[in-house]
Write a protein that binds this ligand. Structure first.
Ligand code: AMP
Length: 291
C-alpha cells in the first residue's frame, strides 16, 4: 500500500457481500465522495482525508487490531468471535440479523436443554460454545465455514447455529428456530492506537458526520398550522429537541409550528396533534442532524 497517505484515516469495508451496498450508502450519506470497489482495492475520498480499503469482512478485525487500518465496518457477529484488541465506536443501524439456534422442522426438540450431548454445526464456534456453556448445556460444536443449514440433512449435526434475518433461509432448508443467541448489526470499530495518535482529531470529525446521519434516521421534521388557542396543547405534545419553532401566519390568530419528532413515536404524535386541532401537517425526512 505504498501510495497511501499515512496522514489519512484508513477504513476497511467488506468488498463484496451483504454489508457492502449499505455500507457504501451510509458513507455517501455522511457526505464522503469516493469510487466503489470494482477492480480497485483502495479508494481515496475526494473530500475527506480518508482511504477506503475493500477487503473480506473476516479479515477486518485483524487489520484493525494490528493497526494496518484505523477503522473497520463489519457485522457485530464477527466481532463476537474475534480478538478483543478492538474498540467498538458506533452501532450503524443496518445489517440487522440474529445468531439463531435451529433444528430440523420435524425434530421433537422444543427447548435448547434437549440439545444436551448433541452435535451443533456452526460458522460461529466461539459464540456457540459460549452460549451453551452459559446455559450449562454440554454439546459438541462442529465448525463449518459455509452452507451450515444443510448439516442436519447430511447427518453431520442435530442442530445448527447460524445468522438469520427474515428466517426464510431456515424455512427453505426445513429448519425451525429454537432460540436467539444474540442480535447483530453493522458496527464501526477502531484500535487503541488510532484513538491516541495524530489521527484522533480526524477520527472525531468523521464520527461527528456518522452520528449526524444516525441521529437523522431517528427523527422526522414536521411542520403544521394551528390556531393560537391550541398552541399550549401542541407544545405539550411536541417538546421537540429543545422547543418547537412557532411563527405567526398571515391569517390573524394562526401559527405555523416546526419541530422534529422521534420516528418511534411518530404516528402516535401525529394523531394527537390532529386531535387537538393541528392542520396542514407536512412531514420531511432529515438528511443530517448535528445535536
Ligand atoms: P456475507 O459474507 O456477504 O454473507 O455477509 C455477511 C454479513 O452480513 C454477516 O457478517 C452479517 O453481519 C450480515 N448479515 C445480515 N443479515 C444476514 C443474514 N441473514 N445472514 C448472514 N449474514 C447476514
Amino acid at each position: 500500500m505504498a501510495n497511501i497517505n499515512d496522514k489519512n484515516l484508513k477504513l476497511a469495508v467488506q468488498k463484496q457481500g451483504r454489508l457492502t451496498d449499505e455500507t457504501l450508502e451510509f458513507l455517501r450519506k455522511s457526505g464522503l465522495e469516493f469510487e466503489s470497489y470494482k477492480q480497485r482495492l483502495l479508494a481515496s475520498c475526494r473530500n475527506f482525508p480518508l482511504e477506503i480499503i475493500y477487503v473480506r469482512d473476516d479479515d477486518i478485525p485483524d487489520y484493525v487490531a494490528s493497526g494496518t487500518v484505523d477503522l473497520g465496518i463489519l457485522g457485530q457477529n464477527i466481532l463476537n468471535e474475534e480478538s478483543p484488541k478492538i474498540k467498538k465506536l458506533l452501532n450503524l443501524r443496518y445489517g440487522f440479523c440474529s445468531l439463531t439456534v435451529a433444528v430440523p422442522k420435524e425434530s421433537e426438540i422444543k427447548d435448547i436443554k434437549e440439545l444436551k450431548g448433541k452435535t451443533i454445526a456452526t460458522s460461529y464456534p466461539e459464540s456457540t460454545k459460549r452460549f451453551f456453556k452459559e446455559n450449562n448445556i454440554p454439546v459438541e460444536v462442529v465448525n463449518i465455514s459455509g452452507s451450515v443449514e444443510i448439516a442436519p440433512a447430511l447427518g453431520v449435526a442435530q442442530a445448527i447455529v447460524d445468522l438469520t434475518s427474515t428466517g426464510s433461509t431456515l424455512v427453505l432448508n426445513d429448519l425451525r428456530a429454537l432460540t436467539k443467541v444474540y442480535d447483530s448489526e453493522a458496527v464501526l470499530i477502531t484500535n487503541e492506537k488510532t484513538l491516541k495518535n495524530h489521527k484522533k482529531d480526524l477520527l472525531e470529525k468523521l464520527i461527528m458526520r456518522f452520528k449526524g446521519v444516525l441521529s437523522a434516521k431517528d427523527y422526522k421534521y414536521v411542520m403544521m398550522n394551528a390556531p393560537e388557542k391550541v398552541l399550549p396543547k401542541i407544545k405539550k405534545i411536541i417538546p421537540g429537541l429543545k422547543s418547537p419553532t412557532v411563527s405567526s401566519l398571515a391569517t390573524k390568530g394562526w401559527f405555523s409550528i416546526q419541530t422534529v419528532i422521534k420516528e418511534d413515536m411518530f404516528w402516535e404524535t401525529i394523531e394527537k396533534l390532529k386531535n387537538v386541532g393541528a392542520s396542514g401537517i407536512i412531514v420531511l425526512p432529515i438528511e443530517k442532524m448535528i445535536i
